[in-house]
Ligand binder design. Structure first.
Ligand code: ADP
Ligand code: MG
Length: 387
């Protein structure tokens, strides 16, 4: 997706050059799943796949939105008035960018309108955060054009608010922070309690390894409801244990904490996942920092088993990717993202990639599943201005 192409699209729609062109990436999460609403640790990195937006300011209160990816790009721009934006009033894709404008204005920033045209290479609904890429690219463009002076983490907070309140989707802070703040060749170690960040060098190619993303192309029904149930279960666990969030249960005291949960079997499983997952993130950080990159493979697989057996958000397609990849020589594999479909990641030696890819594709064909989309994920740059 080139800046020029999106610029040309803008000129065709609005009859003038845009003031600028911006890009924001999708992400995969290396480790730290379902920890971000428990004040815990996550470790995403940005994909080379980006949403690119050409944007100009307006001063007349009009917000015009157009996506090349909706309806073949042939529809007219959607026209909204910035002073009439209202949470949960819009069930369409425009709720994401309009929600960003709403959140900025709610926070007191004088955003007086804009013309927006965008196009994306981030697969939508694949668990790779096309929604965050869309929000962040719009937020960054408006931040620059209206000279708001907001930092990446502040834009991420506003985008999360747009998604939670305006769109009405309960999500944590990871996706937006990843899209806004990741750095090329690095994974982002993020403490979701205080948003403290550390860029961890993660250059697999230099060490002869690859990280594959396997998009299963399935999204099972009820995944939003299941997300809400897990979230509520985690909150119940924290309340029963008398802590603000499950992040406050030290790993060393996990057994004692589980003992105190008595016969709350479901809550016990959720707590065990979250507390062990935070520990896995810390373990991956220290392995990467000590240069022992291959040793993170088994930690990824451990994380998958915890999501499958304790958190119970995997599905047959995701399990098949993990089992097949590991049986074909992968260093480790896990589902990534919210669960019940979406994508899995596979860490492998470069030389094993063709055999693993073939084995996964064959296993899907044998099982009668939709052919998965397999691609290599190179840790890429976060949101930025292109022109
Ligand atoms: P994910 O973030 O995992 O890709 P979500 O369901 O959170 O999945 O977000 C996908 C939604 O975001 C799409 O249904 C659409 O409304 C919106 N979206 C994402 N990318 C684009 C795009 N390029 N153009 C228009 N809408 C988009
Ligand atoms: Mg999303």
């Amino acid at each position: 997706m080139g800046a020029q192409q999106v610029r040309d699209g803008f000129v065709g729609l609005y009859g003038a050059e845009p003031e600028g062109v911006w890009a924001a990436p999708g992400r995969v999460n290396l480790i730290g799943e379902h920890t971000d609403y428990n004040d815990g640790f996550v470790m995403p990195f940005a994909l080379p796949h980006v949403t690119v937006a050409a944007v100009s300011r307006r001063t007349d209160g009009l917000l015009r939105l157009h996506s090349a990816d909706i309806g073949g790009g042939t529809a007219a721009p959607v026209e909204l008035r910035v002073d009439e934006l209202a949470p949960e009033s819009d069930r369409d894709w425009t709720a994401y960018p309009a929600g960003v404008v709403w959140a900025l204005r709610e926070a007191g920033h004088a955003v007086t309108g804009a013309d927006v045209h965008l196009a994306s290479t981030v697969p939508a609904g694949a668990g790779l955060s096309s929604s965050a890429a869309l929000e962040v690219v719009v937020a960054l463009a408006l931040n620059d054009l209206f000279e708001l002076g907001l930092r990446g983490w502040q834009l991420a907070r506003l985008c999360q608010r747009a998604e939670n309140v305006y769109v009405g989707a309960p999500t944590g802070i990871m996706d937006q922070t990843a899209s806004a703040c990741c750095a090329e060749g690095h994974a982002l170690f993020l403490d979701t309690r205080d948003l403290a960040q550390k860029q961890i060098p993660f250059d697999l190619a230099a060490e002869g390894m690859r990280l594959l993303v396997v998009d299963t192309r399935v999204k099972h029904a009820h995944s939003d409801g299941e997300y809400g149930k897990r979230r509520a279960g985690c909150e119940k666990g924290a309340a029963l244990l008398g802590v603000d969030a499950l992040r406050d249960v030290p790993y060393a005291e996990l057994d004692a904490a589980l003992g105190r949960l008595g016969d709350e079997e479901e809550v016990r499983r959720l707590v065990r996942h979250v507390v062990t997952e935070d520990e896995r993130v810390e373990r991956v950080v220290s392995l990467l920092e000590s240069g022992d990159t291959r040793a993170i493979g088994p930690v990824l697989t451990e994380g998958h088993l915890s999501l499958r057996d304790d958190f119970r958000i995997s599905c047959p397609e995701l399990d098949l990717v993990v089992d097949t990849a590991n049986a074909s020589g992968a260093l480790g594999a896990r589902m990534t993202g919210g669960g019940f479909g979406g994508s899995a990641i596979v860490l492998a030696e470069e030389t094993d990639v063709p055999a693993i890819t073939k084995a996964v594709e064959e296993a899907f064909a044998t099982a009668g599943f939709t052919t998965p989309r397999v691609f290599e994920a190179v840790p890429s740059a976060g949101a930025r201005r292109l022109t």
